[in-house]
Ligand binder design. Structure first.
Ligand code: CMP
Length: 516
């Protein structure tokens, strides 16, 4: 007899191993990365690992031959317990697998709709209650179940009181799912907290704030609070920044510059157009409010910061002062100003364009230069726009980019300190032939048409010299354009003759442009 039982035990071990192997093969068969396989594995693994020893145990005690031996005296009872446990675990496994199939595959993958967490929890709650009601009579007699359900009024009251909050949260949560003031992934403001909705389960909603903290709101509390939704029904969201400006600057000019700052900033929408309001006359400044629209709430602080940085650079260039409430101390120009002038003269000397000018003429020109600062990413001039200024890079770095008709860049070239750009439009009045953008904080010396006219009048060789250099540059540009259009540069014009005729043409144009 004992030998027979040992054989049964051996068979049980084989069953145990076999079932584990079958489970492994089952998941091998499913594509490992698929959503269904991942959901199934996550949800049923625990129950399968419980089920396998239970099946083995059940089979083992079932097959044992009842004898007088001590360890078999309770066989009936053991088989019964094993059956109940088996049934329970099997039911849970089927429910979990079905849930994974329905919610994580049919809805999520096939229908591409995320079932709210709270609805899933609710469905689970209902199914498990039904399971409990179905299984309970097997464990205890029907009369006991009825007695349990009807007879324990006191228990119900105690339970009711204990579950008051929980049920309140559950029903408020269901209400939220119906009215849907937010969805997972929306940016919202609740109370003093702004954040993205990470999840909403049957009890609470959790926000992740911009600082990365998680804040949970029980649904019953949330139902009584104001919820500002920044993502729905539209992701459009207006932001406002305030800037104080010195009293001496005319409001329309300030308004125009502030609007430009907003429009030039990345991620600020061109429509609805930014607006500027004069908000207050304060002790030291006129306060302006700049309102602009964005559609990426998560980035609102960075975008605001970018707009304010733009304001600084634009104000600096336009000579607009942001006052602060301290006494201004005016210092008379000293050696610093003299050094700056000498430095500018030296820079002009190094410009090939102006090399025919005498020292005195260069000094005269240097005194009329203005200095401007551009921040990283700011456009100094744009291809196709008109412009009558010439720039010399004093500090920093810019990039010259030319675009073809399809908007593709055909040339990108960096211009370093001591080098110049903007001479085509200044000398000929033609639209800008390229877009020039600051690659870092860049200081440029700016020369206008009037200053150039004086220099041309003072030096007869200048126009001739400049037209030669311009012709060479223009030829280079045309060759690059031709190359980008997949044509051979020779097809356009023969370089040597082309440059000379171009030079004469440019000289005429320069003289015409400056003859007023
Ligand atoms: P302008 O056309 O007034 O404005 C854009 C400037 O970019 C242009 O003058 C030149 O100074 C510069 N630029 C245009 N094309 C080139 C090029 N191929 N190489 C260097 N600089 C260029």
């Amino acid at each position: 007899m004992l030998r027979q039982d040992l054989l049964t035990a051996l068979q049980a071990v084989l069953i145990f191993v076999g079932l584990n192997f079958a489970y492994w093969v089952f998941f091998k068969g499913l594509p490992g990365h698929s959503t269904l396989a991942q959901a199934l594995r996550q949800r049923i693994r625990l129950w399968v690992y419980l089920l396998i020893p239970l099946v083995t145990f059940w089979w083992f005690v079932h097959r044992l031959i009842p004898t007088a031996q001590d360890y078999l005296r309770h066989k009936e009872g053991m088989v019964l317990i094993a059956e109940y446990l088996l049934l329970t675990v099997l039911s849970v496994l089927v429910i979990e697998a079905t849930s994974a199939f329905v919610f994580d595959y049919i809805f999520a993958v096939r229908r591409k709709t995320e079932v709210p967490h709270i609805l899933r929890s609710l469905a689970h709650g209902v199914v498990y209650t039904l399971l409990l009601l179905a299984l309970l009579p097997r464990f205890v007699s029907l009369r006991d179940v009825a007695g349990l359900v009807t007879g324990s009024a006191i228990l119900s009251i105690i339970l009711g009181l204990a579950l008051q909050d929980t049920l309140g949260n559950l029903f408020a949560g269901i209400g939220m799912q119906i009215s849907r003031p937010y969805l997972t992934g929306h940016w919202v403001k609740v109370g003093n907290y702004e954040g993205v909705v990470e999840r909403a389960d049957w009890r609470s909603m959790t926000l992740r704030t911009l600082r990365g903290d998680h804040v949970s709101f029980p649904h019953s509390l949330l139902a009584k609070m104001e919820i500002h939704n920044y993502s729905s029904p539209s992701p459009l969201h207006a932001r406002e920044v305030q800037v104080g400006v010195h009293y001496r600057h005319p409001p329309y000019k300030v308004e125009e510059i502030l609007k430009r700052c907003a429009l030039e900033t990345d991620r600020v929408l061109p429509h609805p157009v930014p607006e500027v309001r004069l908000t207050a006359y304060q002790d030291f400044a006129i306060l302006y409010t700049l309102k602009f629209w964005i559609d990426d709430f998560e980035q609102h602080l960075n975008i605001e910061s970018d707009v304010l940085k733009r304001v600084w650079y634009h104000f600096k260039r336009e000579g607009i002062q942001i006052p602060f409430p301290i006494r201004n101390v005016y210092l008379h120009p000293t050696d610093g100003a003299v050094d700056a002038l000498a430095e500018n003269v030296q820079m002009l000397k190094d410009v090939e364009f102006l090399q025919v000018l005498t020292d005195e003429q260069l000094r005269e020109l240097a005194q009329r230069l203005t200095t401007q600062i551009y921040g990283r990413g700011e456009t100094i001039c744009r291809q196709g726009e008109s412009g009558e200024t010439f720039y010399i890079v004093k500090r920093g770095r810019v990039e010259v980019s030319t675009y073809n008709g399809q908007g593709q860049a055909v040339l990108r070239k960096q211009v370093m300190p001591g080098e110049f750009f903007g001479e085509f439009s200044l000398m000929t009045g033609e639209p800008r032939s390229a877009t020039v953008t600051a690659l870092e904080d860049t200081e440029v010396l700016v020369l206008g048409k009037e200053e150039m006219r004086r220099a041309l009048a003072a030096n007869a060789q200048l126009a001739e010299h400049i037209s030669r250099l311009l012709a060479l540059r223009r030829r280079q540009l045309e060759e690059q354009r031709a190359l980008s259009a997949q044509r051979s540069p020779q097809e356009a014009t023969a370089p040597a003759r082309g440059v000379e005729s171009l030079r004469r043409e440019l000289l005429e144009r320069i003289l015409r442009f400056f003859s007023y």
